[in-house]
Design a protein around this ligand. Sequence first.
Ligand code: RIB
Ligand code: CA
Length: 308
Amino acid sequence: MTKFPVWIDCDPGVDDSCALVLASRLECLDIRGISAVAGNVPLEKTFRNARAVAKLAGIAAPVYPGAKRPLRTEPHTAEYFHGENGLGGCEIPDSDTPEETAPAWDALYAEAVRQKGELTLLALGPMTNVAVALAAHPDLPKYLKRMILILGGSEHGNITPAAEFNAYADPDAAAMTLKCGAEIVMLGLDVLMQAYAYPADLARVFGADNACARFLREAHQFSLKASARYGRDSLALCDSCAVMYAAFPEMFEGVCCGVAVETRGKYTLGKTVVDAVTDHKLGFENALFVTKIDREAYLRRLEALMAK
Ligand code: RIB
Ligand code: CA
């Protein structure tokens, strides 16, 4: 099996945890590094969680600490959806490997250079680490094969009426990332909300009798209950879409278009403006905007891989 190198930047986070476990089970992915960013919960917790989940999933790659706060806006977290500890209240053991101290942005850049343009960057949290890497190492894009972003959407938001969480949590970083010139695949709420699972689906997907599946089964119950408070009877399995896209792009459909993000705005801060159906009025094309996922195939694959 040919493997390709990936870097996962994340803010675990219940669905980030699922994405990490999924990545650990895909033989085509060579996980070269993981970095944590402040997002769903503060950095101290996302870093701790990324290390703990990596350990549980048997990922040997180093885990680096990243940005403690967004570039300019006030920090915004989502404990109501991910629990106070970011893992839906589930307790998994701390990793006992020595902590990496190099900052995420320098470690990412060094690995990208080492991989000579073959590294795929998956960004599952606010784009702060990516933006700092771009500022510190402006030639980073030429060393990346592509970026796969969990970001934004063309219609409504999930944290405000206008904005998706990762875009809202650091709109300036999202703007820098979208403008950086790397090949970008953007998975926003249009497709993420198609990746929903009903309680029965969750029971199947995480039904295996192994430590990772047991942990994810319990953690997702927390987010499912949070989702119910918003009138939904299902839970979108968001961040795993990026990992699945990296391994099985044929499971998705998308369109190349321009995407920009509002970095100012009383009601629209973090709103991504997607020029997919408006005749390319923005005048540039910077992303493959993913519009569709084969939901059945996604859940089937998740279930099979979680049982490994
Ligand atoms: O908004 C999608 C995002 O929601 C993901 O990055 C995920 O972590 C969840 O919080
Ligand atoms: Ca995330």
